[in-house]
Design a protein around this ligand. Sequence first.
Ligand code: ADP
Ligand code: MG
Ligand code: MG
Length: 499
Amino acid sequence: SSASSTFLPKHGKSEEIDTQDGNSIIPISLNEGVSSKLLQKMVHDALVWCSLHGLVVGDKNNQRSGKVPGVGIVHAPIALLPMSFAQRHFLQACELTPIFNELVDRVSLDGNFLQDSLSRTKKVDAFTSRLLDIHSKMLETNKKEEIRLGLHRSDYMLDAQSKDLLQIELNTISCSFPGLSCLVSEFHRYLLNHYGGDLKLDSTRVPENMASTRYAEALAKAWKEYNNARAVIMIVVQTEERNMYDQHWLCSILKEKYGVMTIQKTLAEIATEGRLQPDGTLLINDQVVAVIYFRAGYTPNDYPSESEWSARLLMEQSTAIKCPSISYHLAGTKKIQQELAKPNVLERFLDDKDDVTKLRKCFAGLWSLDDSKIMKDVMERPELFVLKPQREGGGNNIYGDDVKQMLLKLQKEGSEELAAYILMQRIFPTESPAFLVQDGILHEEHVISELGIYGAYLRNKDKVIVNEQCGYLTRTKVSSSNEGGVVAGFAVLDSVYLT
Ligand code: ADP
Ligand code: MG
Ligand code: MG
């Protein structure tokens, strides 16, 4: 029904709006049919709803907002209406989740594959090198993780030209927004229930999103496997975190639904308060830790001194369940993503041929920079590629003509330096108009979106206890912006409207 999606960004439904040569045209004028009075009413409702339901972040205009809960709160940046997305692509992404979960687990067990694939990167990237050192120490002592917990998020964009769902990356550490993303879906359903008649939209097309409860459930089940009723779940946090409410949602569900207590510690605090008992039990001020859930530790900024690294090592040496373990963390690096995309590599880790085919179908072009053929292509058309270092958290990639400049600079410094980066095909999703609400203000923009599917995996020795899809995150950003960080201010939280 074409009328039903008049107000929705048309991503994923691009069949209707593409011209013959594949160039998409903007389907509707931003204001067509929606009166500014109705818009203002919806924005007002949105702001009230977010405030009443905890769809909030720390306000960057308030200095204490990243440290003290309840101080300097502002609604999370959101899209007023959900993004239109083809149901088949959404289901495809959901279906891939347990396969990626299994893949991470298999890859994590192959210590030599991780070390070998990252050996050249190690020489030129100090951060990756430190992670690999911890990993080597675990290999040397033959440390085995019998209970393994992964809370991942695989991110995708829909390539406008090929109509393929392509993976951007697989995050295995500190996946953000399991707490807030489900609230965005709930908000969109609420808004469509109230205004759907006027907009000709159906709230039941926004799929249910259980990210926070599913993540909390996986953490609680891991805690149960550890089997110590007095133990806690420790969340490793940054010293300042404006996205703290996203984390507090999980803590609150863990306490209220599962009776599991959580503590929050920075790496520096763990360095001073943490110690191991002879049997490897991790104590933080005499409190036993069953599960360590990292919401920090993924960027070099989190390790300003040696104490933070000693804390990371201490945790890795302990018997606590680490989410992620150092192997899971490394399995989620961009270099490993690129290695897994090479011919015949997936086959080493997955037995099922159909699974291999499904994963490969969502892989974009990925190359290492020792590939001379691709280097020539990049120099000619740098705008078709993204240059990525081994970093997480947004804001690190290189685009456009900067790709060429950077490669020329690296080549001058010696070919070794190239090993710090991977090269990826740039994905161009369909642009569409949208209403974004940021800091209480409505913006009309042309946007593109990225869909993330949360996954949870828990096993104890041979027994797989959890391997499932846990809900979704949509991030929508102004199409002229390269990066997509929500907290960084590049993007807003969104959900999907299935078509
Ligand atoms: P990070 O781990 O820092 O989040 P990503 O690989 O997700 O790194 O890149 C950050 C952002 O850059 C993504 O959210 C996306 O908006 C954009 N991006 C990354 N890779 C591509 C690509 N191949 N094509 C287009 N945009 C991309
Ligand atoms: Mg990432
Ligand atoms: Mg990302």
